[in-house]
Design a protein around this ligand. Structure first.
Ligand code: ADP
Ligand code: MG
Length: 253
């Protein structure tokens, strides 16, 4: 069995990529799936959100540089949930990469072996459309795009879709794409308007459960806890449990 490798992607910052990665991954791990999350943002927010703060630890950086293997770099952080940190040299890779087109292929090669023992691998992408994101697009067949429901998010999405289409043409592949509504405010009319617009452009591609905006989700990272630890049974935990089911069964709006 080969593992599903999913890039959590949106070039816009603050849309909920890291929040989605942490809590969806933990929800799936709690269901018994073997999950690895990769912190692919040099800012290391994913590691912090999971309570791992060591700056010195190497991670995906050394796998990409051929100095460590996927299996070696995994840190067990919860039951069934492993983390691969960004590592201090990920930023360097981003800069080093300018110019050399083969550099786009480092992540795909890094994930070519050792990944089979995991059911699912999530890559928490940085908020950019630089070489790291290119590496993610080279490496995966599947994309999960967190989306806020405001007007500028719609604008940003059309830019992202342009990038994705370009890669599909160049790499001669078709991504499996799903959107997740994140930071959703159900009482806002604009939220509903944005969702209905999105449904027209992405039929059967928006996961059924929107993740609501809540104070507890904003508070979680400062405690290094997932929502299942910080507010078990609370509505955000329920949102992510439902989303995990949507994800596994491809339930859409
Ligand atoms: N559903 C939500 N409700 C409340 N706060 C949220 C929610 N999703 C994300 N946030 C907060 O918004 C900020 C940006 O989210 P984050 O997941 O880090 O976005 P990204 O990884 O796309 O930059 C963080 O402070 C996070 O805690
Ligand atoms: Mg992030």
């Amino acid at each position: 069995m080969t593992s599903r490798i999913v890039a959590v992607l949106n070039q816009k910052g603050g849309v909920g990529k890291t929040t989605t990665t942490v809590n969806l991954a933990h929800a799936l791990a709690r269901m018994g799936k073997k999950i690895t999350v990769i912190d692919f943002d040099p800012q290391s927010h994913l590691a912090v959100a999971l309570g791992v703060v060591s700056k010195q630890q190497t991670g995906i950086d050394e796998i990409m540089l051929g100095q460590a293997t996927f299996s070696q770099q995994q840190i067990p952080v919860r039951e069934n949930l492993n983390l691969i940190v960004a590592g201090p040299r990920l930023q360097e890779i981003e800069q080093l990469c300018e110019g050399g087109s083969h550099r786009g292929d480092l992540l795909r090669k890094a994930l070519a072996s050792g990944t089979n023992e995991r059911d699912l691998i999530f890559i928490d992408c940085p908020p950019s459309s630089g070489i790291l994101v290119a590496n993610a697009l080279f490496a995966v067949e599947e994309l999960l795009v967190p989306m806020t429901s405001d007007y500028l998010a719609l604008q940003g999405l059309s830019h992202l879709m342009g990038t994705i289409k370009k890669f599909e043409t160049v790499l001669n592949k078709k991504f499996r794409l799903k959107l997740v509504m994140s930071r959703y405010i159900p009482t806002r009319r604009l939220s509903k308007d944005v969702v209905s617009t999105l449904k027209k452009y992405f039929p059967n591609q928006i996961l059924a459960t929107p993740i609501r905006e809540t104070a507890s989700l904003a508070e979680c990272p400062s405690f290094g806890k997932t929502v299942f630890e910080y507010r078990p049974g609370w509505r955000s935990a329920k949102d992510f449990e439902a989303l995990a089911g949507d994800f596994l069964e491809s339930r859409v709006m």
